[in-house]
Design a protein around this ligand. Sequence first.
Ligand code: SF4
Length: 830
Amino acid sequence: MDPNNDHDKFYHPYQPYDIQLDLMKCIYNTLQFNNNNNSTDNKKICILESPTGTGKTLSLICSTVTWLRDNKQHLLSASLQSNEIDTDSDSDSESDEPDWVKESFQNDSLNDKIDQFVAFESHLNKNINNINSLLPQTNLKKKLKSSRIDIEIEDSEFIPTPYNDTTQQQQDNKTILANQVKSLLNKIDTSHNNNNNNNNQLHNPVKIYFASRTHSQLNQFANQLSLPNFPSSFKQLQTERIKFLPLASKKQLCINPDVNKWNSLEAINDACYELRHQKGGCPFYKVDRDTSPFTDEVFQSIHDIEDLYTIGEKHKMCPYYASRDALPGVEVITLPYQYLLSETTRKAMKLDLKNNIVVIDEAHNLIDTINNIHSSIISLNDLKVCQLGLQNYLTKFKLKLNPGNRVNLLKLLKLLSILIDFITKNFTKPGIPINNINDIFKDNNADTLNVFNLIKYINVSKVAYKIDTYIKSLTNNDDDNNNDNNITKKPTLFKIVSFLTSLTNPSKEGQFFFDVGPSIKYMLLEPSKLFEPIINDAKCVILAGGTMEPMDEFNDVLFPQLKRNQIVQYSCNHIIPDDNLKTFIVNEPGLEFTFANRNNLSLINDTLFQFYMNLCDNVPRKGGIVGFFPSYQFLGNVINNWKRNGLFNKINNKRSLFYESKNGKDPLNEYAEIINDPSNEKGAILFAVVGGRLSEGINFQDNLCRAIVMTGLPYPNLLSGELQIKKRHLEMKVEMSNKTKPDDQKQDAKIVVKNFLDNLCMKAVNQSVGRSIRHINDYSVIILFDSRYDRDNIKNKLSHWVKNRIQPQRSTTPLMVSTKLFFKGKNTGH
Ligand code: SF4
């Protein structure tokens, strides 16, 4: 490898570290392998761990886009040669050309096609200066968002359009007709699209789909994508722009103030649907739209979601639908998890993963996310709120509703009371399965209710968002405006509809059961079935994250059908020098913070207290100490005991002690203020809870955390309904596998369940301790304060960069000596 060769560096905008180069090589080689072995039996998938601060996003971008451009160049030159040979020999077109070449190039010479690419780039060059000045700067973008809320909704807007029995029939007919028209249009679509949208001729052979969890992570990807300078795929092109499109929901992209005033995504979707199907429709949307001015502008440079909104406003064109028209010409697409992970959404959005690259970032929670997207829950409280709200709604608007709406809403009211009755009478404790869902309707005089028809009514009438917004206006409860998280709370009536849909169409991979609340939950138990089509379709799936250990969980739960040699696991070391991090495991007799030991006062008031007192003496005052605890209950117990015995004050006198509580104030700001105050000589400690507000997404960099302590092992609560059901499911799987004799099955099931719980626990530990080192110059000590961390089955599930730095000291006294020396070496003025 030549360090001065840009291609060998994957056009990384900076001088990449060795670990970044290794990671990029791993990705590039896997893509190349899959490209050469295009069979599902051999296809490899990547699981990559690259700790925060090691430039993961840039490594992903540089390796995949370099491969994309190489591949395009390779396909083109291969096709040019084959074209010349074909022309000479006049052979038929049954060549080895890839499908995209056959489809895109069959009627034109390839040189003509290259001319089109060149012409398209020069077309994009025009007016480029006019555009960027129109786009809002970051601060303005935020204001722009907030100006889109809090517009008053008139009473008349809560009333659905008249509904009657024929409305459904008309709707069905419309759907049939629409499908027929669609299929006819598809046949003549090539010429139609070519007239309207120049870029659609320029299909890209392979696209990269990059999915992440939050809006800010997707915008961060867009920012980083503009940093590298990739060469063009063809020598005839001086520069070739990356055709990038960030996909987003109507909540982020709707530019119609009459629609985007509704405050949930579900409401905006329904209001948009209703408006588009009314006479006059939405002024920003036309079926035979020519969206090329929008697409041209989007492709001129790298734009984020807020830019798309502005470009749509400028052209008076709905950015949500115009984005969909831009898809054929796109090379790189960012999208929220839901768009990628739900087959229904993929189909609705026309996202074709076939032969494309799928990168899933922040994938440590992928299994939970797939389960959540395909699960539904209703609580007794939701049902009661909805029942009361619907009663009020009917009282207020009854005379304005036509009979079709009135009758169906009364049926909905009846269904709500049946569900309320069922939960009230049958809930005993969380985790009890409901094996026959028809029991809900038994003995309830429910024969006049047809749940299918009721769901159809709600879907067709689009009444849910009106009632839901009305109910919300009564309670003044606006909790849906979480702009940084793609997974927002569903409005109550939509939750009920989604539950009813699971009820009428349960998958055999799921289970209904009673959960806390009380509530009824439908939970997906086999996410692999829903992930399999993604693996089968995509050229390559890459799962990436800062903390991906224990990686075996992905193999077992998400792709059990793959052979071991099809899974490329790669765990980066950290970019920090070796001596910037020390990991200690304290393994002393009796040091086990188990559930049984939760009230062991000697452990809490002597061992734990004394440990923190010593640590305060050995970590520099300027450096914060962050202590993680397995649960709010555990931490509350420690704090209460220490307060009762005056121990809290003793520690608090040494360092200001802040702690997280379930419903209390967030202590982070006050803690950070003390740490960042140069005149403060006392320093501070912050106690937080694994899985709590401070364990994910918060950077404890530099002095905010010089020592991180994990007290106990954060095993999930086995008594929770979800875990009971999952445990039972795993046990049944072992039984049904028939691999062992019945006597051994119990033992095998125990091992499987134990491994499952260990994985959950260690995933949470890795997430929490990963908060402490955030960049190359950062340094810290990690202390795992429980003897069980020394067991191989636990230790081996730690992130590699943490495990590789485990120190030989196993007891508190030598640990403290070593810690003191560690910080002396860092010259912190301690
Ligand atoms: S078509 Fe677009 S702009 Fe119009 S209401 Fe729907 S999302 Fe909003």
